[in-house]
Design a protein around this ligand. Structure first.
Ligand code: BGC
Length: 945
């Protein structure tokens, strides 16, 4: 019978994504594809440390194996690597191993390069037909990129390598193994024949790249971002990185919306750009205007000599009107099937009026707080990228129409100047500034007017959640049974690494206390995301290509297929919710977490997220769209306020999330860390209640980011301000170490008593959580109803391979005590240390670690250590970056009966261990003798001693 969880099929799909995400920017003289028999000189040390993803929580997937470009070229028998150069690298790399730095947020952005002299390059050129140069970069959570050499720019060694290689090779192919776009000015300096962004492609990444290099796959990736000449050209440059307020002065003019309107000449590679090995003719057939949409029919013909796929992109130019508009806005896109030479396909792109409307936050059109289509000409363009797009049709709206009337929400509380287009003397657009309209409504007042009705408490009436699911009781009657204490416990998620759910996962929520469990509320499990499952226990998982690579495919069906596999893997690991997709916008190219996100454009981001969600739903699980909303930098991410106009908030940031909710059916949302326009997002009533739930009809759960803060108006953020979060309808605080003990010292019960939050608001969040859990696979497993897929998966052999390491010996003395030689324990990220513990007595033992986090990691760095006894997880210790003082942590092990193996797995670098001692807590010898004597007596068939 075919396997359900078919790792090979999963890998094939991931490999297709990695290949389809490759964006070819330059290919002179058909340098690519490489013919069979090509001997390649492979330059660049990233061949030894292919970056499968960026760093931080989104990169901590413990993979079975990673195939980088080198491994994939070696596997492909059509190619050979130039042996002389490879031997040089092999020798050099032994003395220059990968430098992980200090772990979380402190891994270097780049690794030292082997110096490439003109002689080395010339020697390689004598033997090889083509050169491939790999440039690698990383960045991630808590660590933005910088406009420095080794981050945005090339290092001196990389420049020297490119100069030497391009000096002697006529065919130099430069591959960028990066999570963010980077400076491209070197292309003009060294003029390599071919250049491609290969991004960070997950564990199958290298294979996907070689599929493109070989021509097995036509490069069909297109840029999800605009690449400008200088990082200073991006209009957010002057505000990016502020540690107090990041003000969005560029307003809606982010990415190509800015460049195409004001600064075309600064663009090196336009949004949507990417080359194929073949050519396509994109011809608009017709455009039909109906009452509330336009429909474009476009024919695409492969006019070249090789099979390929094209991404047809439709852009809108709306009339400038009174609001001012970007010169182009992505209005729709469609990827063709594989077209053989000469073959055609007609694609249909429908653009609804709401997607052509602008948000009037100032009342300039007389429709204040509404989506409006202003009177004038609407021109639609189609083509292969934003610059290439040609007019496909136009229509005129005789008068301004209100498409959707809303109410003001999320407007700024501080005054600032925002960008609007003005015409210069030549009729071109130039940026002008106007004051962004300020908030006029009070969210608190609106909340007071819309308070939910309290459900009178009844005490325990014996109703369990299954009664609700099966229609024997109402959710209201169920919730009525919960005491205030129960309600306060239910809104606290537990983690990281809660023993109540799959080991090593980010969080547990729902039935986290005995009483809640007694009411039949199961314990849901969530885990990072987005590029594969993060389990700090050391259990392996599949590493997916990063968000930016996936967005570069512009292929919704493919993403859906990939995330159907991911969904099955979640299911197999008993995880209900992935903490992803990440969908913040690439507002600035240096944001460290851009790799986790999709694009500078909200339509592309929203469609990608919706596709991933549909894939996971097809397996009964889901993802958490994050970070809601507007976190566009890592510097000071826990407290920096994002200030933007309501128009920018709605047209840019909320749009992608809205698509994920409306088209992708999202049922879980993670708010972000910092405040937006005065309120921390976890306590932002406008964001979470009025817009998300009120306008979009979202009925799922909202959770905080890990250890996030909430605030009351005008007050600083506070991790314990649960009341503010519940008022906003952010249902879950993530995470506390113990919900029952209120380990986070939150203000739930005190605020209920003080009346600053109502019981009804807690009951509303309780209902949101319960409703969500009833839809999740954990509910089926808990009740045993409808858990066939879980049982089928459980019956398949587990292909997880544990990573074994050198053994450290530890012999306990007669009293059951001993110390492990901690100098032999390798605390490097991803490393496992095995300790063999020889005992005298069978019994219960306790481990005592003295450990700490390294200095300077940032207070919210997560540094987990998981401890297995033989193959079972015995416990997990997660220090944060704030735990820099030595501390003793004890862990009591399950009974052991012989020499046992301790397996210490370090999912992240940054932990220091000073001591690890083992002592016996209880000998079981006497007990075992007593039991075996009893058995002996009781069984007359056994011979007497
Ligand atoms: C990140 C989230 C992540 C969470 C759990 C936070 O630091 O911002 O994206 O899901 O940690 O690891």
């Amino acid at each position: 019978m075919a396997k359900l969880y078919d790792l090979e099929a999963y890998a094939r799909c991931a490999r297709r994504c990695a290949a389809d995400g490759v964006v070819l920017l330059k290919n002179d003289g058909e340098a690519l594809p490489l013919a069979a028999g090509t001997c390649v000189a492979l330059f660049g040390r990233s061949q030894y440390n292919y970056y499968k993803s960026g760093t931080g929580s989104g990169g901590m997937v413990n993979t079975r194996s990673v195939a980088g470009v080198k491994e994939a070229l070696e596997e492909d028998l059509r190619f050979t690597l130039e042996p002389g150069l490879s031997a040089l690298y092999d020798a050099w790399i032994r003395d220059h191993p990968f430098d992980p730095g200090q772990g979380w947020a402190h891994e270097p952005w780049f690794q030292e390069e082997m110096p490439i002299t003109a002689e080395i390059a010339a020697k390689a050129a004598q033997a090889a037909d083509a050169a491939i140069v790999l440039i690698g970069r990383t960045a991630g959570e808590d660590q933005d990129n910088r406009d420095d050499k080794g981050s945005w720019r090339l290092t001196d060694a990389e420049e020297a390598m490119l100069a030497a290689v391009t000096g002697v090779f006529s065919r130099t192919v430069v591959l960028l193994n990066v999570g963010n776009i980077m400076d491209m000015s070197w292309v003009a300096r060294y003029d390599p024949a071919a250049v491609a962004y290969i991004w960070q492609g997950g564990q199958e990444g290298g294979r996907g790249v070689v599929d493109v290099l070989s021509g097995d796959v036509d490069p069909a990736g297109r840029l999800p971002d605009t690449i400008a000449a200088s990082v200073q050209d991006y209009p957010s440059a002057s505000n990016f990185g502020s540690l107090t307020r990041n003000i969005q002065q560029e307003d809606i003019y982010v990415g190509y919306r800015y460049f195409e309107t004001f600064a075309k000449e600064k663009v090196l590679y336009p949004f949507g750009f990417g080359l194929s090995y073949t050519d396509f003719a994109i011809t608009p057939e017709n455009m039909v205007r109906s009452d509330n949409a336009v429909e474009l029919r476009i024919s695409v013909t492969n006019t070249g000599a090789r099979a390929g796929r094209q991404v047809v992109q439709a852009y809108l130019e709306a009339p400038q009107g009174l609001l001012g508009k970007p010169a182009r806005t992505l209005a729709g896109f469609r990827k063709t099937r594989l077209l053989q030479p000469g073959a055609s396909e007609t694609v249909v792109i429908t653009v609804p009026d709401i997607a052509m409307a602008s948000y009037d936050d100032a009342g300039k059109t007389s429709f204040r707080s509404a989506w409006v289509m202003e009177a004038g000409d609407y021109v639609l363009y189609v083509g292969a990228d934003v610059r290439d797009a040609r007019e496909a049709g136009r229509f005129t709206l005789p008068e301004t129409r209100c498409i959707r009337q809303l109410e003001e929400a999320l407007a700024p509380a501080v005054s600032f100047a925002r960008m609007v287009p003005a015409r210069d003397g030549k009729g071109d657009f130039t940026p002008a500034y106007e004051t962004a309209p300020l908030a006029s409504l009070s969210p608190q007042e609106l909340r007071r007017q819309a308070l939910p009705e309290e459900i009178p408490q009844t005490g325990d009436r014996g109703i369990v959640l299954r009664d609700v699911a099966e229609g024997r009781a109402s959710l209201r009657d169920f919730i009525a049974q919960l005491t205030d204490e129960d309600l306060a416990c239910l809104v606290r998620g537990e983690g990281m690494g809660s023993p109540k759910v799959t080991p090593g996962c980010g969080g547990a929520f729902g039935g986290v206390t005995d009483r809640l469990l007694g009411f039949g509320i199961p314990i849901g499990c969530c885990s990072d995301g987005p590029s594969g499952i993060r389990m700090d226990s050391g259990r392996t998982a599949f590493a997916l290509p990063i968000g930016t690579c996936l967005a570069s495919t512009w292929d919704e069906e493919l993403l859906q297929e990939l995330f159907a596999w991911e969904g099955l893997e979640l299911r197999k690991n008993r995880i209900d919710v992935l903490l992803g997709p990440g969908m913040n916008l690439h507002r600035h190219p240096l944001n460290g977490r851009n790799f986790e996100y999709f694009s500078e454009d909200p339509l592309l981001s929203g469609r990608c997220a919706a596709a991933e969600l549909r894939g996971m739903y097809s397996r009964g699980v889901t993802g958490t769209i994050k970070h809601f909303a507007m976190n566009t930098q890592e510097a000071g991410r826990h407290t920096v306020e994002h200030v933007a106009s309501e128009r920018a908030v709605r047209e840019l940031y909320l749009r992608g999330f809205e698509i994920a909710v409306r088209e992708g059916g999202a049922t879980a949302v993670m708010t972000t860390y910092g405040p937006v326009n005065g309120f921390y997002t976890s306590s932002n009533y406008d964001l979470v209640t009025r817009v998300l739930r009120g306008e979009w009809g979202f009925d799922g759960i909202v959770m905080t980011d890990w250890w996030a803060r909430g605030n009351d108006e005008g007050c600083p953020g506070d991790r314990g301000n649960m009341a503010a979060m519940i008022r906003a309808q952010n249902d879950l605080y993530m995470v506390a170490s113990s919900s029952a003990d209120n380990s986070n010292a939150d203000n739930s019960l005190a605020s209920l008593t003080a009346g600053t939050v109502t019981r009804a608001e807690y009951q509303r969040s309780a209902a949101n959580i319960c409703r969500f859990l009833m839809r999740m696979p954990v509910f089926a497993r808990f009740t045993g109803v409808g858990d066939e897929l879980d049982r089928a998966l459980a019956s398949e052999p587990d292909e997880e391979d544990l990573v074994f390491a050198e053994m450290i010996d530890c012999r306990l003395n007669k009293n059951g005590c001993g110390a492990v030689d901690v100098s032999a324990v390798d605390t490097t990220r991803g490393k496992t240390s095995m300790v063999s513990v020889a005992i005298h007595d069978r019994g219960i033992y306790r481990l005592r670690f003295v450990l700490r986090a390294k200095q300077g990691l940032g207070s919210l760095a997560q540094i987990p250590l998981s401890v297995h006894v033989n193959r079972e997880l015995a416990g997990q210790i997660t220090l944060t970056g704030a735990d820099t003082d030595w501390r003793a942590v004890e862990l009591t092990l399950p009974p052991v009966f012989a020499t046992f193996f301790l397996r210490l797995y370090f999912a992240q670098a940054g932990l220091e261990i000073r001591e690890l001692t083992i002592e016996m807590v209880q000998s079981l010898e006497a007990e075992i003798r007593r039991i075996s004597a009893g058995v002996h007596d009781a069984d007359p068939s056994l011979p007497a001693d």
